[in-house]
Ligand binder design. Structure first.
Ligand code: MG
Length: 384
């Protein structure tokens, strides 16, 4: 199967390439794309020899072209158009979208509109543009294969029992600050926040895990992917990250998907679906596990969770505004410009002053995104 990987230099992208490498007779990479990490992209080009590669950033594009070895036949493209081309090119059969944030939305739509199978890791595309993405998927007869570990779990548990599904139990590790002293929470440092207990991931999502914004995003993602209402999803904190989520059926039976926290299981299933391939990495030894525990999420300590769910209930472009403001605030926090508590304060303020437009077209979503970023930057300026 020919694969395009959008966001190949990030955590999910590199792990997808691990799997491609493991099954060379089965998968061939035809396109790779990156935001600006041209050096890593160049290494991947040399190794996987894709037909095309694209970089979003202009300067990185020039540097990549200059450093391409002579005789390398990979065609180098640039900008949003180049990335969308990589997602929709005729030679590709399946597109993995794993770029960070709203940048994933356009390639998702391009891949769907050109009839590619879609393996989706970028949850922000569904948070901001869920209605549009799902509508486009239905119109093109594509069933999205989730890569987010929880959604892969739910997808696997539901199987053919879709019409009997009564509830989704979305598990949550609790993030790096689950036990952090309440009085220090607002000033948690970047290193406190990036110390995720179970998963090794990119910085943006690790911050989202610490605020629990990630779990709010995942509830929105689950509602879109599995056509359920927010009330049909229960969030349960499960700090060991062994059960990756569950599906409860009308007869009271609940199925759970379990494994060690290794994203390659979810990625490999998204590639091989509906088949299952051999997994060459570490497997679960149940006799060596800590007891599996479950608790309620603490909405007071982590107010981003409720903010996300409320934005989704309000509907329209509010989740797009939420996502955009959150991206701005998280990167400002990572740059040391605002403290941890200000992520929530600034996103909330943006949401409270954002207008709600129908979220069924690109224009409204991108307008909401632009406005929320602008407002968030001015709110953060004041909070600093
Ligand atoms: Mg997840």
């Amino acid at each position: 199967m020919n694969i395009s990987i959008i966001g190949s230099t990030g955590s999910i992208g590199t792990q997808t390439l691990d799997i491609v490498e493991r099954f060379p007779e089965r998968y061939r990479v035809v396109a790779l794309t990156a935001g600006k990490n041209w050096e890593k992209l160049l290494c991947q080009i040399k190794k996987f020899r894709p037909l095309k590669a694209a970089v979003a950033d202009d300067k990185a594009f020039r540097l990549l072209k200059e450093n391409l070895p002579s005789g390398c036949s990979t065609e180098i493209l640039s900008g949003d158009d180049g990335i969308c081309h990589a997602a929709s090119m005729p030679e590709s059969e399946l597109c993995v979208v794993s770029s960070v944030g709203i940048s994933g939305l356009k390639p998702v739509l391009s891949a769907l509109n050109s009839g590619k199978q879609l393996a989706l890791a970028t949850k922000e595309a569904l948070v901001s543009g869920g209605e549009l993405v799902m509508k486009t998927a239905v119109e093109n007869g594509i069933m999205i294969r989730p890569i987010d570990s929880e959604h892969s779990a739910i997808f696997q548990c539901i199987g053919s029992g879709r019409k009997f599904l009564s509830r989704i139990i979305l598990t949550c590790s609790g993030g790096a600050l689950r036990k952090f002293p309440a009085e220090k929470l607002g000033n948690a440092s970047v290193s406190d926040v990036l110390a995720h207990p179970n998963w090794s991931m990119g910085k943006k999502i690790t911050v989202d895990c610490a605020t629990l914004m990630n779990k709010g995003f995942e509830l929105i993602e689950a509602c879109h992917l599995f056509s359920v209402a927010p009330d049909d999803v229960e969030i349960v904190v499960h700090p060991q990250s062994i059960i990756h989520s569950m599906a409860e059926f009308s007869d009271g039976s609940t199925l759970a998907q379990m494994s060690l926290p290794d994203m390659r299981i979810a990625i490999q299933y998204a590639l091989s679906y509906p088949e299952r391939l051999d997994f060459k990495w570490k497997r679960t030894n149940f006799l060596s596990l800590q007891p599996l525990t479950f608790e309620k999420p603490d909405y007071d300590r982590f107010p981003c969770l409720k903010l996300a769910i409320d934005s989704f209930r309000s509907g329209g472009t509010l989740p797009a505004s939420l996502n955009a403001a959150n991206e701005e605030a998280v990167y400002a926090f990572l740059r040391g410009e605002i403290n941890f508590g200000s992520i929530y304060d600034s996103v909330r303020e943006v949401i409270e002053s954002s207008e709600r437009l129908p979220a069924d077209c690109w224009e409204n979503i991108s307008y909401a995104d632009y406005e929320a970023r602008r407002k968030c930057r001015s709110v953060m300026e004041r909070l600093r």
